[in-house]
Design a protein around this ligand. Structure first.
Ligand code: FA5
Length: 344
């Protein structure tokens, strides 16, 4: 039995030395040390031995088992290291190959224009106010001098959720909310960028959801000339120093007088082209002096305080600034469109 064990040890070690890969090594482990292997077989036969012989044989069997295990482990480590070396050799990286270009994202042109407008007004001392997109009829219309049934409500076709709640049709309700918060005390100097919604049919210049930027200034002695100066500064910074502005009479129920502002065409300089439809001027926003009724409804004394407000559509401004011919490009998320503005 002793000899048989020694023989098995030598045999196993020879096979381990000759093994070429990890699979072969595992087969040897199972063959010699497994439950059905010859060493286990020998150990099973120990029952037939005398009490003196048994511990000697037991110790020897363990020795043999350990010797084979040690050899197996050594060989396994060697084979594994060899395999790693092989992999490193075959998978080496050619650092001279040209890299794959990484696609870099960019600001959406609309976001870029909105941020540019925000920065411009922040530089003039304005702060940014916000209001809800799901708005009360009261703030969207009534507090802006548009009581129920007022015909001017038809100027903005609305998405109603209930009789009293709608998706705001403009950012002007933030005027009413901000004035209310100020509890009749000036000064107020805010801009409010945000999404608005109208039941307009989508076409090249109209969308059912678009952005507006509202402006509101209230203080003692605010005059129409302040509005004009502010808008002229804005137009020159946004479209270039050569731009001139003109105000045309208009109508908004929440401002009196109301105006629309045109800028001299940046494409032709005013001589007339396709962009300005041969007029030399491009309309960019609505504005006016805050109506005394709006001031009073929000708790301001209209004898002491006056103010101006304006509202512009940044999509239209971005379209003019970058020569974009269809407002729908802003919302379709086509990378070919957006990536053209990488440097905006
Ligand atoms: C208003 O919404 C007023 N609240 C603006 C205002 C504020 C006037 C404060 C006076 C004082 P209007 O409906 O004209 O006005 O819209 C303002 C701007 O929003 C327009 O000049 C235009 O640039 C943009 N606009 C209007 N409708 C659409 C639309 N369907 N799609 C894209 N832009 C639009």
């Amino acid at each position: 039995m002793q000899e048989r064990l020694k023989e098995l040890q030598m045999e196993a070690i020879e096979k381990v030395n000759a093994a070429q890969d990890l699979k072969e090594l595992n087969d040897i482990r199972v063959a010699y040390l497994g439950k059905k292997g010859p060493i286990t077989e020998v150990l099973r036969g120990m029952g037939k031995l005398s009490a003196e012989e048994r511990p000697i044989m037991g110790a020897l069997a363990n020795e043999v088992r350990e010797a084979i295990t040690t050899k197996l482990t050594e060989k396994q480590e060697k084979l594994e290291a060899e395999e790693v070396q092989k992999k490193l050799a075959t998978e080496s990286i050619d650092v001279t190959l040209p890299g794959r270009p990484v696609k870099v994202g960019s600001h959406h042109p609309l976001t870029a224009v909105i941020e540019e407008i925000e920065d411009l007004f922040l530089g003039m001392g304005y702060t940014i106010a916000e209001g809800p997109e799901v708005e009360k009829d009261y703030y969207n219309f009534e507090a802006l001098n548009l009581p129920k049934g007022h015909p001017a409500r038809d100027m903005q076709d609305s998405f109603y959720i209930t009789e009293e709640i709608l998706l705001r049709t403009h950012t002007s309700p933030v005027q009413a909310r901000t004035m209310e918060k100020h509890k009749g005390k000036g000064p107020v100097k805010i801009i409010c960028p945000g999404k608005v919604y109208r039941r307009d049919s989508d076409d090249a210049t109209h969308s059912h959801q678009f952005m507006q930027i509202e402006g509101l200034v209230i203080d003692e002695n605010i005059r129409m000339s302040d509005l004009k100066g502010t808008l002229a500064t804005f137009a020159k910074k946004m479209f270039g120093e050569d731009r001139e502005i003109r105000l045309r009479p208009s109508f908004f129920p929440f401002t009196e007088p109301s105006v629309e502002m045109d800028i001299s065409c940046f494409m032709c300089g005013g001589s007339g082209c396709n962009v300005c439809k041969k007029t030399g001027w491009i309309e960019i926003l609505g504005a006016g002096m805050v109506h005394p009724n709006v001031l009073e409804m929000a708790g301001f004394d209209s004898k002491k305080y006056t103010g101006f407000a304006f509202g512009m559509g940044p999509e239209r401004i971005a379209m003019l600034k970058y020569g974009i011919d269809d407002i729908r490009h802003f919302y379709t998320n086509d990378r070919r469109f957006v990536s053209q503005f990488n440097r905006v």
